[in-house]
Design a protein around this ligand. Structure first.
Ligand SMILES: C[S@@+](CC[C@H](N)C(=O)[O-])C[C@H]1O[C@@H](n2cnc3c(N)ncnc32)[C@H](O)[C@@H]1O
Length: 218
């Protein structure tokens, strides 16, 4: 868990979550054992809720790993929905494919391997949801592609936008020690600045787990 909030509050939040289905539970176990950075169940539920709220049917996910967040999106999209899984690793994609079959959602997921930014740039359509979870230094580049790929009223969702709290230090708060600059933190800080200053998006950062930004396309 990538948490910077009070541990007791965090434990309370997670203890209340209802049981997930056996496939998601197995993926959570695998992620913990093998140190795979998945969004986890609290954020998974948030994705499900937002996708349901806007009746999302088409979702493009950038950075899918073993497909944990993909399954939450696919469950929300429901029958007839289409979720695009993307990851640079073929091994991850093979593992994800097995979980999709076990979870009964393989029919609505299209698996793509390669660079997620290139894969997105090959698409011509607009999606209901674009979810970004790639390497953090690329976040501003993804932002620049997002407005064209999300329909008005759709969502651009990004994980890790509080980056274990490092964004607050890096953003120049004079009361906090200035950290060494690093490309990942700079990428996240720049994305957050762009999201809040752009006339194309209405943004909220939700301080759940490592921070999730939800931006609605205006
Ligand atoms: C944080 S993990 C994704 C976790 C997943 N979203 C979940 O919550 O279940 C990030 C994944 O994105 C992949 N990745 C990072 N940058 C990428 C890129 N530019 N193109 C494709 N995959 C990328 C990494 O290999 C890794 O598997």
């Amino acid at each position: 868990m990538t948490s910077f909030t009070d541990e007791r509050v965090e434990n309370y939040l997670y203890a209340m979550l209802p049981q997930r289905d056996p496939v998601l539970q197995e993926m959570e176990r695998q992620a913990k054992e093998r140190d795979i950075p998945i969004v986890g169940p609290a954020v998974g539920r948030l994705f499900y809720q937002y996708a349901k709220l806007i009746k999302a049917k088409t979702i493009f996910e950038m950075g899918s790993a073993i497909g944990y967040s993909t399954i939450w999106w696919a469950k929300a999209a429901g029958e007839g929905g289409k979720v695009h899984y993307t990851d640079g690793s073929r091994k991850n994609a093979d593992e994800a494919r097995r979980y999709f079959t076990q979870a009964g959602v393989a029919d609505r997921i299209e698996i793509h391997t390669g660079d997620a930014l290139e894969l997105l740039s090959e698409r011509k359509e607009q999606f209901d949801v674009l979810f970004c979870d790639v390497d953090k230094h690329d976040y501003p580049r993804v932002f620049n592609m997002a407005a064209a790929r999300v329909r008005p009223g759709g969502l651009f969702v990004t994980d890790n936008t509080l980056w274990s709290g490092r964004v607050a230090y890096a953003a120049g708060n004079p009361d906090l020690p200035k950290p060494e600059p690093d490309k990942k933190t700079e990428g996240v800080v720049e994305l957050n600045r762009l999201l809040y200053s752009s006339p194309d998006w209405f943004t909220t950062i939700i301080p759940l787990r490592d921070g999730v930004s939800v931006a609605m396309r205006l």
